[in-house]
Ligand binder design. Structure first.
Ligand SMILES: [Mg+2]
Ligand SMILES: [Zn+2]
Length: 187
């Protein structure tokens, strides 16, 4: 008999470079300039759909420090986040609008956005995953009690559970490990 109400399980998704492409600005991977210019990466929508079908919440967690730096508006970021909720069909997305100097608790590698999501969605962190492309995302996931997947084109030094090339590979990995693909062994 369960002592507690069953809790939700979630996959946390980094946004830029994982669900939509990043753009190079002065050689640095950066968010696209606006919502209209966002390009969702091949397989991203399918990855989210597969996980949702298997009972996973899919929640975005994105650092957007350009808002604190004054080079991007909060409403502009929110318009982009609305597209990520509409098109790859995330259940929710949380954004940190701060920079390092703001000393907030939500800027990855800190796990504040994960805790915020856990409270809103009544999540079971022990059953969570985080998928991101910089190592700071992996650190945030680990600090939030999640297992982690690093998206990278080649081999990288990482604390993540695995390195995979894209969102679709990440979704398949999670579903395979959790036994949500093929024969289920759940009661
Ligand atoms: Mg990223
Ligand atoms: Zn923050």
């Amino acid at each position: 008999m369960r002592a507690n109400t069953p809790r939700h399980r979630a996959v946390f998704w980094d946004r830029d470079g994982v669900l939509n492409g990043s753009v190079k600005v002065n050689g640095v991977d950066s968010p696209p300039p606006n919502a209209a210019s966002m390009c969702f990466l091949p397989g991203a929508a399918e990855a989210v759909a597969m996980l949702k079908t298997a009972g996973w919440l899919c929640i975005g967690v994105t650092n957007q420090p350009d808002v604190s730096r004054g080079t991007r508006t909060r409403s502009g970021v929110e318009a982009m986040n609305n597209r990520v909720v509409a098109e790859p069909d995330l259940d929710d997305i949380f954004a940190c609008f701060h920079d390092d100097r703001d000393g907030c608790g939500c800027r990855k590698p800190k796990p504040g956005m994960l805790f915020e999501a856990a409270e809103k969605w009544n999540l079971n962190f022990g059953a969570g995953w985080l998928v991101g492309d910089p190592e700071t995302d992996v650190a945030a996931g680990g600090a939030g009690g999640c297992r982690t997947l690093r998206i990278a084109a080649g081999e990288v030094a990482t604390a993540a559970n695995a390195v995979l090339p894209d969102a679709l590979a990440a979704a398949r990995y999670i579903l395979c490990l959790e036994n949500d693909l093929g024969t289920k062994r759940h009661d």
